[in-house]
Ligand binder design. Structure first.
Ligand code: ADP
Ligand code: MG
Length: 684
């Protein structure tokens, strides 16, 4: 049994280490093309090209239309252009300070263009007066018309098929690999091997809408297109192929997993569920009910649940997770809930205690600083020694993941704000049991494309509706000049009985600049808001100090809480209606949205005030998006566009699938299409 593979599946989001399925015979080393020197092969491998397949999948970074070069006379400074002409004169000039400049002048019959390269005197050997040449680059000066460091290629006789009189591919290169050389090798590879690519998926696509290239044609057209439109059709076909293969790999892993692993029976008997639901004090929203239906069905099924519960901040994921916990416990299994911060773990602990203890279910807290079970066994928290007929629910932080912690009969592992955890941590938690059901939750809305790829091996439920009776949240972007007015406003609201968060990007001032830090601002804010009480919380405080601050704020004793982004996730205090964020431009959109999610949880109208000083046009635009948009998913897509997937998902999610042609930002339609094709055709 491929146990390690199964283990890997068990770790969520684990498919990244799966390599492409190998195809025959293009899996042979590039050397099999013949005529390539060993030194060149080594250089190609630096580009990740080892096999013929790698070569074919190595797409051009751009194209040059050498049928239609631009006229030099039409060019102006700033243009990026390709021109074709004859070298009129050229040579190396020695400059002061030992520098040199190689230069030639191209004439295309309409005008002349100077091309210059600094400190590359050897170029003199390759470009001679009278040569026909193509150059591509940016016009850096108007008089005389000049390109600095353009790409340049001399035409040679017999080049018509590959390098001339067509749309030619231009590849990303590395030292020792020349454009013309790689293009020729690619020509050979496409000519000899494109036909031999195994192309099962074209049959799947055929019955679908529209016209799609075969893989063979796609490889030909991506490298040596008839025109740029064909190249773009080829790109789409190859991207689709990548997405299809990606989903097939997920299906393979899932099938292997499901064929070997049987789920723990967490069907439940409603003995606890009924009283639980009637005691929580509200009805589940429709969206919560749908999510709960999915989860409950998974837990009754024959395969261990692997489900992602997505829902915007404040949509009420916790109670749905609690339903899952109840069903596990009434089926005789214990539950762990992992939270990323002590603040959040304690909050869940409090809420779960309130909900579960009346049912006779023990709830425990297990964090770095607090272990409610320590008194029973300091060395090993063997939790089942607690006297209760029912298995316990244990809420905690990273401490749950440590080797010391063990729990008998684990039936369900819940991971809240799962993007805050690394793959290893999730794996270790899940391994505390024998293939328990796993529910991961996130409020960082995941853009659709990433959701379908990064979380592709999870089933997904979305809570897309907020509980009723929530007050409106209004967002304002203001400059530091408006702060006096803002303080006035906060004083007024606090006097009315509301509470406020004030968030800073830093704990301590690091000197210089205008970036504010919570420790340095504390005294002046206290003064400013007197006699209202002001509290302080940040990651560097002792756990007991943090707890004091949060419980003071929760009880209403503290009216205004100064904080760093530690309160970003999960904190649920409905009476707080103001979120003031200083240096708001220092935070990502998704993070700002999370912070804003701390307010608007009660019935009062809430206010999110973003303070930003002198910031770029782009930064201003980002903050204005916050003013207009309350939808976390739209903000996440905007963030993805602006900052890229790595940034958005955080470092712990490294190992994003790597697509040569597929684009995680733009290819939503292709991703969906791939997914539905695989669902329809896999295993048929
Ligand atoms: P999140 O999805 O951000 O984790 P929480 O689970 O913390 O949100 O829920 C936010 C608040 O909404 C909590 O105070 C919770 O008790 C309340 N809540 C959840 N579901 C409902 C509901 N169906 N009706 C009324 N209030 C609800
Ligand atoms: Mg939450």
């Amino acid at each position: 049994m491929a146990s390690c593979d199964l283990g890997k599946y068990c770790v969520l989001i684990s498919f990244f280490d799966v390599s492409d399925p190998k195809l025959n015979p293009i899996d042979n080393p590039v050397a099999s093309l013949g005529g390539l020197r060993r030194e060149k092969l080594a250089r190609l491998s630096k580009l990740g090209i080892h096999t013929i397949a790698d070569l074919l999948w190595y797409g051009p970074k751009r194209y040059e239309d050498r049928n239609r070069p631009q006229k030099i006379e039409d060019l102006v400074k700033g243009d990026i252009a390709t021109v074709a002409g004859v070298i009129k004169a050229g040579g190396v000039k020695r400059m002061r300070g030992g520098r040199s400049m190689f230069e030639f002048i191209v004439d295309d019959g309409t005008s002349r263009l100077n091309c210059r390269w600094w400190n590359m005197p050897y170029m003199n050997r390759y470009y001679k007066a009278g040569d026909n040449v193509h150059v591509h680059g940016k016009i850096s000066a108007q008089k005389p018309l000049t390109m600095d460091h353009p790409e340049a290629e001399v035409d040679e006789e017999g080049d018509e098929f590959i390098h001339l009189k067509r749309v030619v591919p231009v590849y990303r290169l590395t030292e020792g690999i020349q454009q013309r050389w790689l293009r020729s090798v690619m020509w050979q590879a496409v000519d000899q091997f494109a036909e031999k690519v195994t192309d099962v998926h074209s049959n799947w696509i055929e019955g679908d809408d529209g016209y799609w290239f075969s893989l063979k044609k796609a490889f030909k057209e991506i490298h040596f297109p008839d025109d740029t439109e064909q190249a773009s059709l080829a790109r789409e076909r190859l991207a689709l192929e990548e997405f299809i293969r990606f989903y097939c790999r997920i299906k393979d892993k899932r099938q292997l997993f499901q064929s070997k692993i049987k789920a723990l029976d967490c069907s439940g008997d409603d003995s606890l569920m009924k009283p639980f639901l009637s005691n929580i004090g509200f009805d589940l929203t429709g969206a919560q009910q749908r999510a709960w239906f999915d989860i409950s069905r998974d837990m009754k099924g024959s395969f261990p649940m692997r489900r992602l519960l997505q829902g915007d901040v404040g949509s009420g994921k916790t109670v749905v997770a609690a339903c899952a916990a109840v069903q596990a416990v009434e089926s005789g299994f214990s539950v762990v809930l992992l939270a990323p911060t002590e603040i959040l773990a304690e909050q869940h602990y409090r809420v779960f205690k309130k909900w579960f203890e009346p049912l006779g279910v023990n709830v425990h807290l297990h964090t770095g600083s607090k272990k409610t079970l320590d008194s029973i066994d300091r060395q090993q928290c063997e939790l089942d020694v607690i006297e209760s007929a029912l298995p316990p629910v244990v809420v905690g932080t990273h401490a749950l993941v440590e080797d010391k912690f063990s729990l008998n009969n684990l039936g369900l592992a819940i991971i809240d704000e799962q993007h805050k955890f690394g793959v290893e941590q999730r794996k270790k938690l899940v391994r505390k049991g024998h293939y328990p059901h796993v529910l991961v939750m996130t409020a960082t809305p995941i853009p659709r494309t990433l959701g379908l790829t990064v979380y592709g091996d999870l089933d997904c439920s979305i809570i897309d509706e907020l509980p009723p009776g929530r007050g409106r949240v209004r967002t304002f972007v203001r400059s530091p000049d408006s702060l006096p007015k803002v303080w006035e406003f906060i004083r007024g609201k606090v006097t009315e009985g509301r509470q406020a968060y004030i968030v800073y990007p830093r704990v301590d001032d690091q000197g210089g600049g205008s970036i504010k830090a919570v420790n340095q601002e504390f005294e002046s804010v206290k003064e400013n808001l007197a006699p209202h009480s002001v509290g302080l919380i940040h990651g560097k405080l002792k756990p007991s100090e943090k707890e004091e601050a949060i419980s003071g704020f929760l009880s209403g004793e503290i009216k205004v809480l100064l904080s760093t982004s530690v309160i970003e996730v999960g904190v649920d205090i409905p009476n707080s209606t103001i979120m003031l964020i200083e240096n708001a431009d220092r935070f990502g959109l998704a993070q700002l949205h999370q912070l804003r999610g701390r307010i608007g949880r009660g019935s009062f109208e809430s206010y999110c005030i973003l303070i930003a000083g002198d910031i770029s046009e782009e930064g201003r635009r980002r903050l204005n998006v916050m003013e207009k948009c309350r939808d976390g998913f739209m903000l996440a897509e905007e963030d993805l566009r602006q900052r890229g997937p790595g940034e958005l998902l955080g470092k712990t999610q490294s190992g994003m699938p790597n697509f040569n042609f597929g684009d995680l930002v733009e290819d939503w339609i292709l991703i969906q299409k791939a997914r539905s094709l695989v669902d329809r055709n896999y295993n048929i």
